[in-house]
Design a protein around this ligand. Sequence first.
Ligand SMILES: C[S@@+](CC[C@H](N)C(=O)[O-])C[C@H]1O[C@@H](n2cnc3c(N)ncnc32)[C@H](O)[C@@H]1O
Length: 354
Amino acid sequence: MFKFNFDVEDGTEQSTDVNHTAPNNEPHSVQAAVPEPFTELSLADALNSLPSKISYSSITIPLTSGGELSLPRRDLFDARFQLISQNADDPDALEQPSINERSALHFLDAPSDLVPLVYEGGLKTWECSLDLASYLDGISSRFDVSGKRVLEIGCGTSIPSLYILHRIFSAPPSQNQTHIHLQDYNASVLELVTIPNIILTWYLSEAAETFRKSEERADSPMELNISEKLKDAFNESLMTYGVNLRFFSGSWDTFDLQKSCGSYNLVLTSETIYRMESLPSLTAIMRSACNAEGPKGVDDYLCLVAAKVLYFGVGGGAAEFVQCVRDLDRGGTVETVWEKTQGVERRVMSVRWN
Ligand SMILES: C[S@@+](CC[C@H](N)C(=O)[O-])C[C@H]1O[C@@H](n2cnc3c(N)ncnc32)[C@H](O)[C@@H]1O
């Protein structure tokens, strides 16, 4: 198990200390023998498994266009409470929680503890995801996401996609169909944080204004009642705004582009280039997701990677990523389009495939 403490907690940057500890064999940090397979999660099932109330905090994104944007994130203690309550309803589960539940419970307590092929850090918000959202804001006047196909790889709390959804839900409804697909290694991350964060982003947007006025508020301003009425209003907004959401879990080398209906116009990923062993499968999925084989107009696709320049003790980083893109069959080139050179160096990189 290793930790790189570059995550973001309640909107403030945390310590930049780096720990690299050996994998441990505690019963709750189960080592998976095989990578998780590609699996699609049903949005309806995820909505139905949510408790009647969720709590959240907000995270602030500095906008390139000036000012700041607050996006909501489900509280991890609330996700933990959901898992424990689900088990409490099922005496067998309480006695013998499944490996996935045990892992999820452990990692909700220690979301920075990454264990290869078990849990890859998606429960926390990592700071480069904010850089990517800010960068998307800066290019929003020249890259219109409406009507496009978007894939966020290794989404976790999905801040870049939340930014995109915030924009869509703040603009007048469009006739265009926009497809936003989110991938994470862990299905539990998608269920416990990604999907709730999307619902919260919708709920606080202009698209939900009528619904907000009509519904009974939760007791606390940072809580949301997940009623049948809310689920219906959310689904209706998705239709009105032409937003098609899909969720995929599993390891990158199992990602099935045919099942996700082909290539994308915008491929996003943040804080995913930290492990050398995963770089070949990450770059391969990025390349195929951008339809590098197709006609390549400049506006055909945009492929953006936000990352630290160095991930101490783990092996990955910007230089290793650039090399891996070059070495890939028919490869590509990487351009740094944004960087922070003070303190822990961070970049947003744009990839063009050959
Ligand atoms: C450190 S987290 C970053 C999460 C989020 N992008 C952020 O910046 O806050 C790394 C993400 O990459 C995904 N990931 C890492 N290795 C993976 C692999 N081999 N296959 C599939 N997903 C992987 C995990 O699901 C996890 O969400």
